[in-house]
Design a protein around this ligand. Structure first.
Ligand code: NBY
Length: 820
């Protein structure tokens, strides 16, 4: 038994009745004709009966506890993944629903497989938000997630002829059973127009006269706690037109243009922008951001005002966490409401506002730091640009000028505005100035935020910058994705680890227990077989579970260095061609990654991986020693299949570039050994697990900086290393693209003529050496299994429950609200 039963939980009989009732009444079907998808919907509706009642109790209980302070997690992305199994586990109903469906002639796995994965995020940032929602509710903290109800999530990826092609992801097509439209909370949001000045007695006041409104309609997705009654809310705003269509035009026969306003409004939440680590400065994206912020801030204020007449104590009832700078426009939005609508004077309004916001930074990459053209903000949000101006003026004159009198350079660097053509608003500066706490997402990252990104802010506000190392929810990333391992752990140390992951330390003593080790090994093998079957079914590639499953799964980006992995694969291939008896354990290199549609080189790297895979996989000379597998359409669901089957976790970003990483945590927990650089949370993973149980290689942040300062010359590395030269040359020729010679040369070009901005060539030799060590280590089966189990046992720190307790202690100061 992995899960405690909840006191009110339903019986198998009641569940069967409820599922059949929903088939017949809600879904106009019956148990004789229902499709698998209809069965799935009916099952979800049966669960909702339990869920929505608890959601309501949670909401009421929070009010009763004197409006306990609530964290509002503002994020443009929530990459929640499928919810069916997750909800079953968290409700403690998995076994009963399995039985109920079984007795109804249905298979629970097939039924949960009917759910489309809601991909409402790009990568780590969006998935982190989903893990945090799971932990917040499980720890019984009052929390609301605020996001956008995209009609299309992140594009689905196909591979055609080796190349990425994008298809729309209509995730809710005919409806999604776990969401409910709460039309009574709809709001109208202003845009464009101008600002008027007027006098109220002697005081000059401002008001925004917008020229357009958008309607925000909330869709609520319940977030079910594990082994608690609490159910929190993820509220996703959908944008609609205030007026359905122009009746005049319609009557004159201009049907298409009558719909113009509707189409334009609906485009705001039509599609998730598919870029990670880059901003694009488009008007529609700015409106998306503002639309989320305006709806959410208004919703929070409305909630507050049900109990309090003024907003003076808003920060006692609420905190707003900005998930990166994407929702930073919430800061001037709250200021506008306090100043213009509530009539509060500036200093007091600023104090209130600043105590409401905290900001999480997820990146140091310069191209990912958001800026918006001043003119664009002035056009869309004319009052907000005035407020940003005033915030900046007061900050520069009262804070910066006081600390560093007459220091022009400091003023230029710290200003919210970046001078130039066009003038830009720096959202990170606005976020730091407008928040009471700012956090990085891993120890190293936070250090770099303090020393490199915001050193002056750190000097001005010494207590503002803090660290909260990321984490992942053990419910989805161990219990759900690896049920056999979860079962084994529970059988030996009890099930409590699921709510307190530090208890995994209790597994350590089994790392030398013969029976346990064998069971652990059998589970890994079965997981590898399951993945091997998927690979065979989907790509028609045979892979052996005897081989090392070496996994790199993450967005495709130069800084993550999938091409370093590729260069190593080519190196092994060359060695095998030169010497068919070259001594290596067989290896399956598994990739999954989406590239931003406009990121040329990233797409070229995907193409290269696929072309190399085709050649290597069909080369009989190497006797199957290497297989290369690119799994298309990486998603949360696919991650749940790959992670439990991995032997090796590739975390090979250039030191200083990956803020944290969270896949590294998931893979380690499931017993993959990390092959990684000292970057992001890898540093803390190695610290926890011990250097002997990971493969750490490559330049450190300091060495990267020193090398760059001394004038990095990639050609020198090629000149000194024949193998490296040979594989880079391969990319320039026609070895892998006989029909298109030179088609892979863009990669070689970026590494040589392009200056190799992410030091792939500088780390190549160390990487190849670490791979050789790993190959050797894998062959000592006892030692490898020992390390593997220690990874599971020692990574308890990386639960998102721990991250949330850090946020609560250092930033949010929430109290638990238990639903009885
Ligand atoms: O956030 C990731 C970091 O790269 C990773 O190291 C970290 O573990 C994770 C959670 O803290 N960042 C990330 O996923 N960023 C994005 O997805 C993203 C999305 C949109 C935009 C920028 C970045 N944007 O500008 O629109």
């Amino acid at each position: 038994m992995l899960t405690k039963e909840k006191p009110t939980s339903l019986s198998v009989e009641k569940l069967k009745l409820s599922i059949v009732r929903h088939l017949r009444t809600t879904l106009a079907s019956n148990e004789h004709v229902a499709s698998q998808n209809t069965w799935w919907q009916a099952t979800c509706f049966a669960l909702n009966e339990e869920i929505f009642e608890n959601a309501w109790s949670t909401f009421k209980q929070t009010r009763l506890d004197h409006c306990a302070r609530t964290v509002n997690y503002l994020s443009l992305e929530f990459l929640i993944g499928r919810l069916t199994t997750n909800n079953l586990i968290n409700l403690g109903l998995e076994d009963k629903v399995r039985q109920a469906l079984n007795e109804l002639g249905q298979d629970i796995n097939a039924i949960s497989g009917e759910e489309r994965d809601p991909s409402l995020g790009n990568g780590g940032l969006g998935r982190l938000a989903a893990c945090f929602m799971d932990s917040l509710v499980t720890l019984e903290y009052p929390a609301v997630g605020y996001g956008l109800h995209y009609q299309y999530g992140l594009f689905r990826q196909g591979i055609k002829n080796g190349e990425q092609v994008e298809y729309p992801d209509n995730w809710r097509d005919y409806g999604y059973p776990f969401e409910v439209c709460r039309s009574s909370f709809a709001l109208d949001i202003p845009l464009y127009g101008h600002v008027e000045t007027y006098y109220q007695g002697d005081t000059m006041r401002k008001r925004w006269v917008p020229s357009q409104y958008l309607r925000g309609v909330p869709w609520d997705i319940p977030v079910v706690g594990f082994e608690v009654k609490n159910v929190n809310t993820l509220r996703l705003w959908e944008c609609r037109a205030v007026n359905e269509f122009d009746l005049n035009q319609f009557n004159q026969g201009c049907f298409a243009s009558a719909l113009h306003e509707k189409v334009k409004a609906e485009s705001v939440t039509q599609v998730l922008y598919p870029n990670d680590e880059s901003e694009m400065g488009k008007e529609l994206r700015l409106i998306q951001q503002y639309f989320l912020c305006a709806c959410s801030v208004r919703d929070i204020i409305n909630r507050h005002k049900e109990h309090f007449a003024s907003l003076d104590n808003l920060c006692d009832t609420n905190v707003m966490q900005l998930n990166d700078t994407h929702p930073a426009i919430a800061i001037p939005e709250l200021m506008r409401i306090l100043l213009d609508e509530e009539g509060i004077e500036w200093d007091k309004a600023w104090k209130i506002s600043q105590r409401c916001f905290a900001y999480t930074n997820h990146t140091l990459l310069p191209e990912a730091l958001e800026t918006w053209p001043v003119d664009l903000i002035a056009k869309v949000l004319p009052r907000h640009i005035e407020i940003i101006n005033e915030i900046n003026y007061l900050f520069l004159s009262q804070v910066v000028e006081k600390q560093w009198p007459g220091d022009q350079e400091k003023l230029i660097k710290l200003s919210i505005f970046e001078e130039g053509y066009p003038r830009q608003v720096r959202m990170a500066n606005l976020s730091v100035i407008g928040s009471y706490k700012v956090n990085g997402v891993a120890k190293l990252h936070t250090q770099l935020v303090k020393s490199d990104l915001f050193p002056e802010f750190d000097a001005l506000f010494p207590d503002r910058l803090v660290n909260v190392t990321n984490g992942v929810t053990p419910r989805r990333w161990l219990r759900q994705c690896n049920p056999a391992l979860a079962q084994l752990i529970s059988a030996n140390i009890g099930p409590q680890w699921q709510k307190d992951l530090s208890l995994l330390a209790g597994v350590e003593k089994y790392a030398t227990d013969k029976k346990f080790v064998q069971q652990y090994a059998d589970i890994k093998l079965a997981n590898k077989q399951k993945l091997a079957n998927y690979i065979k079914d989907n790509l028609a590639i045979d892979v052996s579970t005897e081989a090392i499953f070496d996994v790199q799964i993450k967005r495709l980006h130069e800084y993550k260095r999938q091409h370093l992995n590729l260069l190593h694969i080519l190196t092994l291939y060359r060695r095998l061609l030169a010497d068919p008896n070259y001594d290596m354990h067989s290896r399956v290199f598994i990739f999954a990654a989406k590239a931003a549609p406009g990121y040329r080189l990233a797409k070229d790297i995907i193409y290269a991986i696929n072309k190399v895979a085709a050649v290597i996989n069909s080369d009989e000379r190497i006797k199957g020693k290497i297989k290369v597998v690119f799994l298309p359409d990486y998603s949360v669901t696919l991650a749940e299949l790959i992670i439990p089957a991995a032997d090796v976790s590739e975390q090979i970003s250039t030191a200083g570039k990956e803020a944290s990483g969270t896949g590294n945590m998931k893979l380690g927990l499931n017993g993959a050994l990390t092959l990684g650089t000292l970057d992001g949370a890898n540093v803390e993973i190695a610290e926890e697990v011990g250097d002997e149980h990971a493969f750490i290689f490559g330049l450190t942040v300091d060495q990267v900086n020193a090398l760059k300062a001394s004038g990095y010359r990639p050609q020198d590395y090629i000149a000194q290393n024949d193998e490296l030269k040979a594989v880079v040359d391969w990319l320039c020729g026609d070895k892998f693209t006989p029909e298109e010679p030179g088609r892979l040369s863009s990669i070689a070009h970026s590494l040589v003529q392009g200056g190799d901005p992410y030091l792939v060539l500088a780390d190549f030799a160390a990487y190849v050496e670490a791979q050789a060590q790993l190959d050797k280590a894998y062959r000592n089966r006892t030692a490898w299994l020992h390390s593997t189990i220690l990874n599971t046992a020692r990574l308890g720190k990386f639960s998102s429950d721990r991250s949330i307790e850090d946020y609560v202690r250092d930033i949010w100061h929430l109290k638990k609200v238990s639903v009885k």
